[in-house]
Design a protein around this ligand. Structure first.
Ligand code: PGA
Length: 238
């Protein structure tokens, strides 16, 4: 099965820059990976015309109605979206998104037959206090609490240590292995099934190979390094 490479473009690019970026990466479909581009909502239609899979960076949990500024799962689906990032650490931090909202978003995304990518990860303080595993367990169990085993099967987890996101720092390979094994264990114990886990946080040209070589890593969530079309293309070349 092809590993998943998810480019999270975050709140970057004007329309012209986005068009130029897509031109540069166009037709560079990877033989090795399934590549998903997650642009700002307003540019979803632009990615729809490419060969890449389309992802959203966020979603709201209600079907439709008077929720100014929000985007519903069905609206995303109608734009060709297949994957939705939920609970990214930047949203938890700056938008005060909490586990309660995240659980509702995951449920709503699944109900629309889209694939949620649930981000979990510890802060530096939590890691230093040796709380990584308990923080992850808490985030996972709260986010998935309303789901059936079948639904959990369709969720993708992204392990993104908060301190590694955008910082240029990454955990050691040993730490990534330990943490992902732990995530798998929590899911297995609670739901009796296995789950796909991506790694995210300062993935770049130098470390991509080593991280992707890990069997337990089903793919990557890439922020900063994906913003430079040339760098991103090289990373996709395997
Ligand atoms: P980064 O971002 O690659 O810039 O660390 C990853 C992410 O936020 O998903």
């Amino acid at each position: 099965m092809k590993k998943l490479i998810v480019a999270n473009l975050k709140m970057n690019f004007t329309k012209e820059v986005m068009a130029n970026y897509l031109n540069q990466i166009q037709n560079r479909i990877s033989d090795f990976y399934e590549v998903v581009i997650c642009p700002s909502f307003i540019y979803l239609y632009m990615v729809k015309n490419t060969n890449y899979k389309l992802g959203a960076q966020n979603v709201f949990y209600v079907k439709e109605g008077a929720y100014t500024g929000e985007i519903a799962p069905l609206q995303l689906k109608s734009m060709g979206v297949s994957y939705v990032i939920v609970g990214h650490s930047e949203r938890r931090l700056y938008l005060e998104e909490n586990d309660f909202m995240i659980a509702k978003k995951i449920k709503a995304v699944l109900a629309t037959n889209l694939t949620p990518i649930l981000c979990v990860g510890e802060t530096l303080t939590e890691r230093e206090l040796r709380k990584t595993m308990s923080v992850l367990k808490n985030q996972l169990l709260l986010a998935l609490k309303d789901l059936t085993v079948e639904e959990v099967n369709d969720v993708i987890i992204a392990y993104e240590p908060v301190w590694a996101v955008g910082s240029g720092q990454t955990p050691s390979i040993m730490e990534i292995k330990e943490t992902i094994s732990y995530i798998e264990k929590v899911i297995k114990q609670k739901y009796g099934c296995s789950i796909k886990v991506l790694y995210g946080g300062s993935v770049n040209q130098d470390n991509i190979k080593t991280i992707l070589e890990l069997k337990m890593v089903s793919g990557l969530l890439i922020g900063g390094a994906a913003l430079d079309a040339n760098v991103f293309i090289k990373m996709l070349d395997g």
